[in-house]
Ligand binder design. Structure first.
Ligand SMILES: [Zn+2]
Length: 455
């Protein structure tokens, strides 16, 4: 693709406005102009004709995990997978007990040469050193979001090789974050003390189902933790982001709390929109949080529609199918998910009249860009933004086959599902990296997303 071209004939989809025909002038990887449809341009400028397609700002998956695929090559496989799904940026979590100064250098070494799309990092804070070094991580590495696992308290954390934290630690963390305006604290909200008891009892069940798994982690354990996290955030001035929200009970608490303290953002994941606890997938359907009731699924759609859920992200975990096909309590949790987010939202949301295209654009582009400090460079097609563009064929039906999507993982929760509405071209900073299901970009094109606070 040349350094300068015009994207012509597509309907541009942006948060808050009706999709409309608009030509985009791309120059040196940036959006250089927004032109009236068909407006004549200098004959030397090539035209990329996109009639009948919809142009979204490049999609952002704000929740993927690094370190669960094949270490090192995952930066290649999982960014290929992202590009296949129309994603131009991903933000990945690390969970380490060592200093993130070391983690950062090492992972950058691997990532720089391999990524096909732009990538950024979230660090999970698990010990005193991490909290102490937060300002440093922000300043030196442009990492402005930190995850805290409320479920890895005490013994549970020590079991995982972490120091094992408590509410005093959480208090310090939120206080430190409160002094760093713009930093997001991502809280995994789960009352593990209750879950531990319920899970012990559930483990006596001989043939456990996904419903037994859900019963071991009832909505109360998510909602109560959300309330505590919101209280900590409000009292200490931290910005809170609740990932993978799954229950109506918790969402209703968030709605109530926001009138008291607005700095609370909520994410849900595609599987909480398509699967419930009555699913017969057995250990293949094991996730944390678990699949919930049909009413909870409905509540997630309502939350997307009314704006009380801000972001949809995958919680992408690229493990092999074999790690799921084990005795229930030993099976791994989570799924690969980035590449199927958009087809799920288009097929189950847009085509079923539950979500509009601008709302989908907001959930997958502008909102994560704003929350995680990437606007105005990402998440928008305004002049000056990076020319990250996802071209979508809304009418295209395709049956999901994991092996066509490029992840290290060898299955999809949606294998065999025919979904309507697929990305057909992924453009990262003016360069096409995926076209019609073929990867045409090169490894190393993806750039690191430093997210400065001064904006
Ligand atoms: Zn996750």
């Amino acid at each position: 693709m040349p350094a300068e071209f015009v994207l012509r004939g597509a309907h541009v989809v942006e948060a808050g406005c009706t999709p409309r025909l608009l030509d985009l002038l791309i120059r040196d990887g940036k959006i250089a102009g927004r032109l009236a449809p068909g407006m004549p341009v200098d004959a030397s400028i090539p035209i990329l004709q996109a009639d009948g397609l919809h142009a979204f700002p490049g999609l952002i998956d704000a929740h993927v995990h690094f370190g669960f695929g094949e270490k090192i090559t995952e930066y290649s496989t999982e960014t290929v997978y992202a590009a296949q799904g129309g994603f131009t940026s991903i933000l990945g979590y690390f969970l380490n007990n060592e200093s993130y100064a070391d983690v950062y250098e090492r992972e950058q070494e691997y990532a720089r040469a391999r990524c096909h799309v732009d990538y950024g990092f979230h660090f999970s804070v698990a010990n005193e050193e991490h909290v102490r070094d937060m300002p440093d991580y922000v300043g030196r590495y442009g990492v402005t979001s930190f995850k805290y696992f409320m479920n890895f308290k005490g013994e549970e954390g020590r079991y995982l090789g972490l120091d094992g934290t408590d509410d005093g630690y959480f208090h310090d963390l939120m206080k430190t974050a409160g002094a760093l305006p713009g930093v997001q604290i991502v809280c995994h909200t789960e009352n593990i003390e209750i879950v531990n008891r319920l899970r012990r009892r559930a483990q006596a069940i001989e043939q456990p189902t996904l419903k037994d798994w859900a019963n071991a982690k009832p909505p109360f354990t998510e909602a109560e933790s959300c309330v505590r996290a919101m209280y900590f955030a409000q009292q200490l001035g931290a910005h809170l982001y609740i990932p993978h929200l799954s229950t109506r009970l918790a969402l209703d608490e968030v709605r109530r709390w926001r009138s008291r303290y607005p700095q609370v953002r909520v994410e849900t994941c595609p599987h909480y929109l398509t699967h419930d606890e009555d699913s017969d997938l057995g250990s293949m359907g094991k996730a944390n949080p678990p699949f919930r009731s049909k009413d909870d699924v409905e509540a997630m759609w309502e939350g997307l529609r009314d704006g009380s859920i801000d972001v949809v992200a995958s919680d992408h975990v690229p493990r092999k199918r074999a790690t799921k096909e084990r005795p229930f309590w030993l099976a791994s949790q989570g799924f690969p998910g980035t590449a199927t987010i958009l087809p799920v939202l288009l097929s189950e949301g847009y085509h079923k009249g539950r979500l509009t295209l601008p709302r989908i654009a907001e959930l997958l582009t502008e909102a994560p860009a704003r929350i995680f400090g990437m606007l105005p460079r990402k998440g928008t097609l305004r002049v000056g933004a990076d020319a990250d563009i996802t071209l979508v064929d809304l009418q295209r039906s395709r049956t999901v086959r994991a092996e066509e999507l490029g992840s290290y993982s060898d299955y999809s929760l949606y294998d065999g599902w025919t979904l309507k509405g697929w990305p057909v071209r992924t453009i990262v900073r003016g360069v096409t990296v995926m076209q019609d299901g073929r990867i045409v970009g090169r490894p190393g094109h993806g750039q690191y997303l430093a997210r400065p606070l001064d904006r």
